[in-house]
Design a protein around this ligand. Sequence first.
Ligand code: HEM
Ligand code: HEM
Length: 206
Amino acid sequence: MKTSVATAYSTGTRLFHACLALAVISQLISSQFMQVPREGRSGNWVFEVHEYSGLFAGVMALGLWLVIITRIGGTDIGRLLPWFSADRRAAFWADTKAHWTIVRAFHLPQYRQASPFAAAIHGLGLLLITAMAATGTLYWLGNIAGSQDGLVIWLAINLHGLMANLVWAYLIGHAGMALIHHFTGGQSLRVMWATSPTTSSKEPSK
Ligand code: HEM
Ligand code: HEM
């Protein structure tokens, strides 16, 4: 018989996470097919999709930050951003070393919800996506204002292109680990992707 297991994440966290993840996936896919307007050449419709779903991703990233800051349960913001506390930094480095030792021995790290390493990577991922949306939006606003040739806009869009590589790495690493933990019994994907607050994801141990 299956039991009903409460998800560790609030509805707000799961909703904004899902919208953000889907928007980022659509950004990465559209980036492969879009034609950027340049030197008299106009952009194609895929570029428009990239622009508007990027603006949407920005709103979802801000929404997720707002939920993280204001929610009562869930991962503490200090664990997502451990860089401002000596104790949290020490815990992060200790956990990073522990992960490295396990990986070096060709084993998979076991899932731990309280892992300082995993939480810090999630925080960096969210910061990265926020920076992608901010640089893209700056480019978009620059175009509206007619100052697309300005240095700030040039810097923003070049930074956008450089950070894009990290977004691929984050999505592959993060979604890959989520899938591995799901199929090796560490953590069900439903904990973050369930549409209801409770989910029947675990068989009770006999
Ligand atoms: C680039 C898009 C994504 C971003 C920015 C992102 C960001 C995050 C963040 C910030 C957290 C931590 C939430 C918290 O502790 O409050 C998280 C957790 C999680 N994400 Fe994502 N995510 C993305 C895509 C995905 C995808 C595609 C999957 C599924 C394949 C996924 C599965 C999960 C799961 C299962 C957790 C919970 C992990 C745990 O319990 O430790 N995420 N994600
Ligand atoms: C989370 C949000 C976003 C993600 C993950 C994302 C992702 C990407 C990726 C992967 C590329 C291709 C980079 C390359 O191969 O060189 C790209 C390029 C681009 N993106 Fe975004 N993007 C986001 C938001 C936006 C927004 C909001 C806008 C504008 C409204 C925008 C405008 C552009 C432009 C103009 C380029 C072409 C840059 C160039 O090569 O000159 N992006 N983006």
